[in-house]
Design a protein around this ligand. Structure first.
Ligand code: ADP
Ligand code: MG
Length: 319
């Protein structure tokens, strides 16, 4: 009996975490989502064997964290075992990036908020290959995996004969896109202009309709209540922050997916803004509220624009 070399153990484990190119894409997208990204773009060459590149606009990775970024079992998402019970992120094992460095060439470019320039650094077998180099970067992180499975020749051969990982990747991204309406996704083959998946997020839609200055000053909001004696609802949306300047309130309100108006709700929000913000700019509000259908009377106005709601006061109060 011999104790296996650490690098052999790691390569075997890596082959399990990253079974095929699409598994690498899934891990990278989950990391981008965990980083709070609103835009995730994927480029793939040769079904992912030559190149997988995932770029996001998330919070980026701190310079101090780069040396251990790709070590096994390093994570920012978990510190005690108990944290697992309340974990909301998709990752927590700290294995994905490490695994990729054991079976491919990994290069990371990243910039964090408030930095003037980003850093680029490559990894091999869990460690940095050189000091991170300063470079120009746009907000977020770009991770590039080249020559996946270059050192697992059997795996590479089986995959080479089937170009189906590209369609698996497109399928995977389409599924993420359907679920994450607040994130825009795109996926294309390297060297192609046309994307095979391209979705826009709600924030992109607000940006293109109401302008960059509105979209820049929004915060995501959500609320819910599930107590029939008070109110039962789920609300999510975007609302302007203190930097937003406008003379008039814009309220885009959907209740149970119907475009409606609700004067009481609008008034209450305006009053809250006037009381909190010294210059009393009027807010921009996008809100989607889901209620039990029997709680909404859509029939109070001939054009169905104004609705009346059961427990309206409680609902407005809690929002
Ligand atoms: P895990 O997701 O389980 O923590 P990973 O190996 O996937 O492990 O990633 C390790 C760490 O690297 C993460 O915890 C996170 O802090 C950081 N990271 C990875 N990808 C990104 C990204 N796209 N943006 C910001 N941070 C990232
Ligand atoms: Mg992860």
């Amino acid at each position: 009996i011999r104790r296996l070399d650490e690098s052999v153990v790691n390569r075997i484990a890596a082959g399990e975490v990253i079974q095929r190119p699409v598994s690498a894409v899934k891990e990278l997208i989950e990391n981008s989502l965990d980083a709070g990204s609103t835009s995730i773009n994927v480029v793939v060459k040769d079904g992912g064997l030559k190149l997988i590149q995932v770029s996001d606009d998330g919070h980026g990775i701190r310079y101090e964290d780069l040396p251990i970024l790709c070590e096994r079992h390093t994570t920012s998402k978990l510190s005690t075992y108990e944290d697992l019970q309340t974990i909301k992120s998709m990752g927590f094992r700290g294995e994905a990036l490490a695994s990729m460095t054991y079976v491919g060439h990994v290069t990371v470019t990243t910039i964090t908020k408030g930095q003037l320039h980003g850093y680029r650094v490559s990894y091999k077998d869990g460690v940095m290959e050189q000091e991170p180099r300063p470079c120009a970067a746009v907000k977020g992180t770009q991770i590039m995996i080249e020559n996946l499975f270059y050192n697992l020749s059997a795996r590479r051969k089986t995959l080479q004969n089937s170009n189906d990982d590209y369609s698996k990747i497109v399928d995977l991204i389409s599924r993420f896109a359907v679920h994450h309406i607040n994130v825009s996704f795109s996926c294309r083959k390297h060297g192609m202009n046309r994307a095979d998946v391209h979705t826009v997020s709600r924030l992109d839609a607000i940006r293109s309709v109401y302008g960059i200055s509105v979209a820049r000053d929004l915060m995501e909001i959500s609320a819910s209540d599930d107590d029939p004696s008070r109110s039962v609802f789920k609300m999510e949306g975007f609302i302007s922050n203190a930097n937003h300047v406008a003379k008039k309130t814009t309220m885009v309100l959907f209740i149970n997916d119907r475009l409606v108006e609700c004067t009481a709700l609008k008034r209450t929000i305006e009053i809250a803004y006037a009381a909190t913000l010294p210059k009393a700019s009027k807010p921009f509000i996008y809100m989607s509220i889901i209620l039990p259908p029997e709680h909404v009377d859509v029939n109070v106005h001939p054009t169905k624009r104004e609705v009346s709601l059961l427990n309206q006061e409680n609902l407005v109060e809690s929002i």
